[in-house]
Design a binder for this molecule. Structure first.
Ligand code: R5P
Length: 294
């Protein structure tokens, strides 16, 4: 039944470029909506296109999730109110995935709480490389069907086209899942570093023996670049070992505060991200990977 349902795509603020690409790639109608803040900060959400009997696809990368989630919730509820048959959240970046256990007594396990919140108003979820670590599947915390699209083929293709003799490096054990896929597709060797996080902006990294890879260009691949601390710490070690300036690839260009500027000033050749979050560093297009699943 789902295959025959008419579809309509709505872009939440900041997601317009990706939504337009998805409409062009799939031929799905681009829906119009009005979303603005009243002077007191509350949201006005108004649909300008009909959703009746349609599958409404809401494109909303959940970086800065605290400010984006409530308008998203209102839009999801409104679509259902006005007759949408289903509401599908396409969140190329899914926030609140890292606080997946209670690291310290008294802390909220926000990955689970956020998943409950989202599952409460969407029928399906489509995302790209969610930060699955202690939770192995989206279904461990999301009660609605979730699709996890891997950016690895697009990342590997960029590396193959742009880097001669790469050495793919994952900064921590969690990164092995995507780094190994990228390396396989890019036909390049890979190694995984050992990272311990000491605080929001402090990590310790231990490199494996990289002697066999002298002369190669290190390509660090991580799912999220947030403060940039992980990447910068790894760059420092690679510089010390005499490697060429590394290429830094992040699937999700979160870049909190001054992270991007600070990363650009470090020992790095090129900073490259996918367009799961719109950013000037986007060089890898994941729209074709998403388009085949919507
Ligand atoms: C964490 O485990 C993730 O995979 C990233 O390594 C982390 O989010 C990067 O954060 P930051 O840029 O703040 O070091």
């Amino acid at each position: 039944m789902r295959r025959d349902m008419e579809k309509i795509i709505f872009a939440l603020p900041g997601n317009e470029a990706l939504a337009e690409k998805l409409c062009n790639l799939t031929g799905i109608e681009q829906g119009q909506l009005e979303l603005r803040q009243f002077p007191d900060g509350e949201s006005l959400v108004k649909l300008l296109s009909s959703v009746e009997n349609k599958s409404a696809l809401l494109i909303c990368s959940l970086t800065q999730p605290d400010t984006r989630s409530l308008p998203l919730y209102f839009l999801g509820r409104l679509c259902k109110d006005l007759g949408a048959r289903e509401v599908v959240l396409v969140a190329p970046y899914l926030g609140y995935m890292r606080q997946d256990i209670r690291f310290h007594p008294g802390e909220a396990v926000t990955a689970s709480y956020f998943a409950e919140f989202i599952s409460g108003f969407v029928d399906r979820l489509i995302t790209v490389d969610p930060h699955l670590h202690r939770n192995k599947e989206l279904s461990d915390i999301y009660s609605v069907p979730g699709m996890n699209i891997q950016a690895a083929p697009a990342v590997a293709s960029w590396i193959k086209t742009n880097i001669r003799q790469p050495l793919i490096l994952g900064p921590d054990i969690e990164s092995k899942q995507w780094v190994s896929e990228v390396a396989l597709d890019a036909e390049a060797p890979y190694e995984v570093l050992q990272k311990s996080r000491l605080g929001d902006r402090q990590v310790e990294i231990v490199l494996p023996d990289l002697n066999a890879y002298a002369g190669r260009t290190p390509v660090l691949v991580d799912d999220i670049i947030s403060t940039g601390t992980t990447m910068k710490t790894a760059f420092g070690l690679l510089e010390f070992l005499g490697f060429k300036k590394p290429v830094c690839i992040g699937v999700h260009a979160v870049f909190s505060e001054d992270a991007y500027a600070s990363l650009k000033n470090s020992y790095v050749g090129n900073i490259v991200t996918t367009n799961t979050i719109a950013h000037e560093s986007n060089q890898i297009d994941v729209a074709p990977l998403i388009a085949v699943h919507i």
